[in-house]
Design a protein around this ligand. Structure first.
Ligand code: FES
Ligand SMILES: [Fe+2]
Length: 415
């Protein structure tokens, strides 16, 4: 598609996508569709970008890249967290050339316009008497925090109702108390693939038994057959096979006072949120996602006894948390361009846990580091194959209901 194509051709393209099949090639490769995706889907979400402990002191900042734009996230002198586009209001240079650090002000390296940590322009040399500094602050992004997590929204209009979105997660989030967490490790993968292929891969587990030996060993196989990654995609017979394990774990977790709830939006919602708690592998007495099934770190939040469960919270398909009782992982899926995407995992533990004493970093990150390495390869292969002249949309399996819903959600938003 090019931007001069009439609107009705784009409408035709959307309408001819067949439900239950992957999308046509151009949805994964076309730069004009990518830009449309950003405006209609991505910029309308509250994107989870990091944990507040990354910028614990005044002046601490980091830079995230989203759809080719750089966003500076900084803690100012009033302890407020602000977010700005990294583009100077003079002639557009990047204002900040570092990925993280600490600043009292941001000085543009080109002609030295100087910005305060709240984004306002502090000084601009030789701009003349009628120049009004107040009109040239850095372009702001919407930013909110919740339970120690930082979210940004890149919409130029009003963002979605943040309080409403996070309030639905409360019973799940308060168990883990991430406001008292700290970052133990982070790793980013830059993948040569479209963002939709990253998501399709993450939200189905049709591939898990074949592609993820470590993940399939740690987790209950019956659970993966039943749910894949998403409870919304449960299959009746497989669910029946998993039911005894699920029931036993629910009894156990409930007796300890922990929720065992699960819910998920359908494709008609704005952000397709979901939250659930499930056992990791209750029949094997697995406590955490480690090689030996034992805890990786000290218990977090309200957990005084480990229930062997893991909480999944999806704020939107770009921003997910997976949380056993002893650590938590932010999964960030970020579109960069039509054929490039970033995946980042941030591993967190209780803020008092000490590396080498309470947790071993390799043990902590092992499972999802290995799994995401595997997913990176799978997804890049998927993208390379989708670029073939002979690629045609193919049918989803019974275990890919979640991505059938994801496609419907996406097509509705861009339509
Ligand atoms: S572009 Fe930043 S000061 Fe000129
Ligand atoms: Fe995977």
């Amino acid at each position: 598609m090019n931007s001069s194509q009439p609107k009705n051709q784009f409408r035709d393209l959307i309408d001819r996508q067949v439900s239950g099949y992957s999308l046509e090639q151009m949805f994964y490769t076309d730069p004009a569709i990518f830009e449309h995706d950003m405006q209609r889907v991505v910029f309308k979400q509250w994107l989870l970008v990091d944990h507040e402990s990354r910028i614990s002191s005044r002046g601490d900042f980091f830079v995230v890249e989203i759809a080719g734009d750089e966003i500076i996230i900084v803690r100012d002198s009033n302890d407020s967290i602000n977010a700005f586009y990294n583009t100077c209001r003079h002639r557009g240079s990047k204002v900040c050339l570092n990925k993280q650090g600490n600043r009292k002000v941001f000085v543009c390296p080109y002609h030295a316009w100087c910005y305060n940590l709240d984004g306002s322009l502090r000084g601009a040399p030789l701009m003349g008497a009628d120049f009004n500094k107040n009109e040239y602050g850095l372009h702001e992004c919407h930013v909110r925090t919740y339970e120690g997590l930082i979210f940004v929204c890149l919409s130029e209009a009003s963002p979605p109702d943040f309080d409403e979105q996070v309030s639905r997660m409360k019973p799940f989030m308060e168990l883990h108390d991430l406001s008292n967490a700290k970052i133990a490790h982070r790793h980013s993968w830059r993948l040569q693939c479209n963002w939709k292929l990253v998501m399709e891969n993450f939200f189905e587990c049709y591939h898990c038994l074949t592609s993820h030996p470590e993940l399939s060993n740690v987790h209950s196989k019956a659970k993966y057959k039943a749910f894949g990654s998403s409870p919304s995609s449960a299959m009746p017979e497989a669910l029946a096979a998993f039911e005894p394990e699920l029931r036993a774990w629910r009894q156990h977790a409930t007796s300890l006072g922990y929720t065992t709830d699960q819910w998920g939006d359908d494709w008609t919602s704005q952000s397709m949120q979901s939250a659930q708690r499930l056992p990791i592998n209750f029949n094997a007495n697995t406590l955490s996602e480690t090689r030996d099934g034992k805890l990786a770190s000290t218990l977090m939040g309200k957990f005084s006894v480990c229930d062997g469960g893991s909480t999944g919270v999806t704020f939107n398909p770009f921003s997910t948390l997976l949380m056993p009782n002893d650590h938590a992982m932010i999964f960030r899926f970020t579109p960069i361009s039509a054929e490039v995407s970033d995946v980042e995992i941030v591993w967190m533990v209780d803020k008092h846990a000490q590396e080498g004493v309470d947790y071993d970093r390799d043990n902590l990150i092992w499972l999802w580091y290995e799994t995401t390495e595997q997913d990176g390869e799978i997804t890049e292969n998927n993208h390379a194959g989708v670029r073939s002249r002979r690629y045609k949309p193919g049918p989803y399996s019974q275990q890919e209901e979640a991505i059938k819903m994801l496609s419907k959600w996406y097509l509705r938003l861009i339509g």
